[in-house]
Design a protein around this ligand. Structure first.
Ligand code: URA
Length: 283
């Protein structure tokens, strides 16, 4: 785990950076700033009545939430979800199985997305990581560079991880539900999800993470097999069963959505606290 350096007030550099990112460094209040418009292709995650606009719009002032003093969010509910089967054909040696999976994903032509891709995006981090982060699908930059979350939303994700003294290199594995870029960053089609999500299931079973943090509506609905809104999925501890072992799942907003709706970063902070408390409970 990355080390934290504390300043004179006891707050770590990483946490200060995230609070600055939140806009709550001083009084915990978000300023009524103007959010930058980001074309990401990630579906609106706000309530249906008020989807985030693709054009610049003022950000609502958030309630004064005392983030640090609020402490970790309680584990509200545990919802057993789907059983993840381990494929019979998988090599018994985990390293061989991982390498075989990487090869399979690299060469995959199971759906039409293979035609438009530069390369597949398998994921990044250590397969021995204790946390697995799951996003939706590669965007333009990810398709070019072959790694997940390398654009603006990836930078925010790195800041979020740093604020809780975790780094993508050491502490987490980051993967997407879909391994190839959908054209124009459109939502993946059901058939594409059906063809591609077994790769994620195999990644989950091989990593065997202590906790899965799901980023955004699409990934949450896919992994939890639900059409519930993201607002109702976050704040709870869901559960996947992987090879007979229960893995807690925490849902949060997609970083691209947070870039469009900075007022929601406070909720993302709470989600990280929940994820941390789940991780600790599993220790
Ligand atoms: N959005 C995602 O969901 N995944 C990525 O890898 C990049 C952007």
């Amino acid at each position: 785990m990355a080390t934290e350096r504390n300043g004179a007030d006891g707050m770590s550099t990483a946490r200060r950076a995230w609070l600055r990112e939140l806009g709550v460094e001083r009084l915990w209040n978000l300023p009524g700033a103007v959010a930058p418009a980001v074309a990401t292709g990630v579906e609106a995650e706000a309530p249906a009545a008020a989807p985030p606009s693709p054009v610049q719009e003022p950000v609502a002032t958030a309630p004064a939430v005392e983030l640090e003093r609020a402490g970790p969010v309680a584990l509200v509910q545990e919802i057993p979800v789907q059983e993840i089967p381990v494929p019979a054909a998988m090599p018994a040696d985990p390293e061989q199985a991982w390498a075989a999976l990487q090869d399979e994903v690299r060469d995959c032509m199971a759906c039409g997305l293979c035609k438009g891709r530069t390369q597949t995006v398998f994921g990044t981090g250590s397969p021995k990581a204790r946390w697995l982060l799951v996003g939706e699908a590669p965007g333009e930059q990810e398709d070019k560079q072959g790694a997940p979350f390398v654009g603006r939303s990836g930078k925010l994700l790195d800041s979020m991880l740093a604020s809780i003294a975790r780094s993508r290199q050491q502490d987490v594995f980051i993967a997407n539900v879909i391994k190839c870029r959908p054209p124009g960053n459109r939502d993946p089609l059901p058939e594409e999800v059906a063809r591609c999500s077994p790769y994620l299931m195999r990644q989950i079973s091989l990593i065997n993470p202590e906790m899965i943090l799901v980023l955004g509506r699409f990934a949450a609905q896919t992994l939890l097999e639900t059409d519930a809104r993201i607002g109702s999925l976050r704040g709870k501890v869901h559960s996947l069963s992987v090879a007979g072992k229960k893995v807690p799942v925490v849902v949060s907003y997609h970083p691209a959505y947070l870039l469009r709706s900075p007022a929601e970063k406070i909720k993302a902070w709470q989600d990280l606290q929940l994820a941390l408390s789940v991780g600790r409970a599993g220790n």
